[in-house]
Design a protein around this ligand. Structure first.
Ligand code: SF4
Length: 379
């Protein structure tokens, strides 16, 4: 069919030149319409092709990632909409370099663009995402993504210190997963790491959040960064008692300009552990069924990270190099510079059961009394 379009076009053009000038304009109108229809059909064909290849599980590629004409699909996006935080973790790799947060409507516009480009899962992160407007900004984005964009999965990563029960009452129904960062069940270690604020006890707070997640039917997840201060800890008992749907275990990561180097706000070198030490930690916890390990290599190129300006951050060279904002150039153009490796994303199990509608809700029912398995805080 596509071969016929240029032939028909050439014949039509020839006939126009053979006509008197007055009738040229009446001939051009239908011709333009014909061209427009052809390009629309071609566009439709392309998006159908993309869709069928995606459905077949074929990964798309960012530019320079071994060819292929498919644009990268932003299936799962991590939107770090703020860099501000109330904690001071010594290894933090998304530090408070700006205080910028997009106006709510602009953030929604960007999220809609991502959805149109194929996003299925959004994760809101920071900084501390509950800091902005006392959690209202975050709540509205969560509600927008679930109610209006109908995303299968909406999740948050938070240090948990600023979450109130009233937030769950208002927005809990729109949230699939809440991940809380917890690196140690020894409060003294948390203080050493910088995960703490005054007299608030990070571990006790974790238990309270677990209870609310169960009550408001939000899947509960724990993220831990393994570093010099917790690498010898045995967390089996406490993690099993809390029974998260996933326990993501990261190896402490150095990012130039964030937690290392002259213009960085942190010096994380003293937190770094070797690959062997990380493996030993994983080995100690190999019987914890919800454990999902994440080495440095996996972390660098298997996440799609959007910063506070909605720019993709490319972490491949050990720094965070930003693309242009999707709000200025669109998703397809910006994502070429994301450094994202979709194959690695699939390999690390990035696509899992991530909607609470599909999760076995057993995990939401199990609840452990507050005192069980938690080491007493050191005062
Ligand atoms: S809680 Fe997270 S964002 Fe805040 S300082 Fe710690 S690592 Fe950084």
């Amino acid at each position: 069919m596509w071969m016929l379009v240029p032939v028909a076009f050439a014949l039509k053009l020839l006939s126009i030149f053979l006509q008197p000038l007055g009738s040229v304009w009446s001939s051009l109108g239908p011709l333009f319409l014909q061209l427009r229809a052809a390009s629309w059909l071609a566009g439709g064909e392309r998006s159908r092709l993309l869709q069928s290849r995606r459905e077949a599980g074929e990964p798309s590629r960012a530019e320079g990632e071994g060819g292929g004409d498919l644009p990268t699909t932003p299936t799962s996006v991590n939107y770090h909409f703020t860099r501000q935080c109330n904690y001071k973790c010594g290894f933090c790799f998304h530090t408070a370099k700006t205080s910028f947060v997009l106006p709510l409507e602009e953030a929604k516009r960007g999220l809609l663009m991502l959805k149109e480009a194929g996003m299925e899962k959004i994760n809101f992160s920071g900084g501390e995402p509950f800091l902005q407007d006392r959690g209202e900004y975050l709540g509205r984005l969560v509600k927008f993504c679930k109610q209006e964009l109908q995303l299968p999965s909406v999740s948050i990563v938070s240090n948990g210190s600023l979450i109130r029960e009233s937030w769950f009452q208002k927005y809990g129904e729109y949230l699939d997963i809440l991940a809380i960062s917890c690196d140690s069940f020894d409060e003294q270690v948390n203080v050493l790491i910088g995960r703490g604020q005054g007299k608030k006890n990070h571990v006790e707070n974790l238990q309270k959040l677990r209870t609310w997640c169960k009550e408001y039917r939000v899947a509960f997840k724990i993220n831990s960064v393994i570093n010099r201060f917790n690498v010898d800890e045995d967390m089996k008992e406490q993690i099993n008692a809390l029974n998260p749907v996933r326990w993501k275990v990261f190896q402490c990561l150095i990012i130039e300009g964030e937690n290392s180097g002259e213009d960085a706000l942190r010096e994380a070198e003293r937190f770094v552990i070797s690959d062997e030490e990380f493996e030993a930690f994983l080995d100690r916890h190999k019987d914890v069924s919800c454990l999902v390990p994440e080495s440095n290599q996996k972390m660098r190129d298997s996440y799609l990270i959007l910063d506070e300006y909605m720019r993709f951050l490319n972490c491949r060279n050990g720094r965070k190099d930003p693309s242009k904002s999707i709000l200025d150039v669109g998703v397809e153009e910006a994502i070429k510079f994301s450094g994202f490796d979709e194959k690695m994303f699939l390999k690390r199990g990035g696509k899992y059961v991530w909607s609470k509608a599909d999760l076995k809700l057993d995990c939401l029912r199990i609840f452990v009394p507050p005192s069980v398995g938690i080491r007493a805080p050191v005062t």
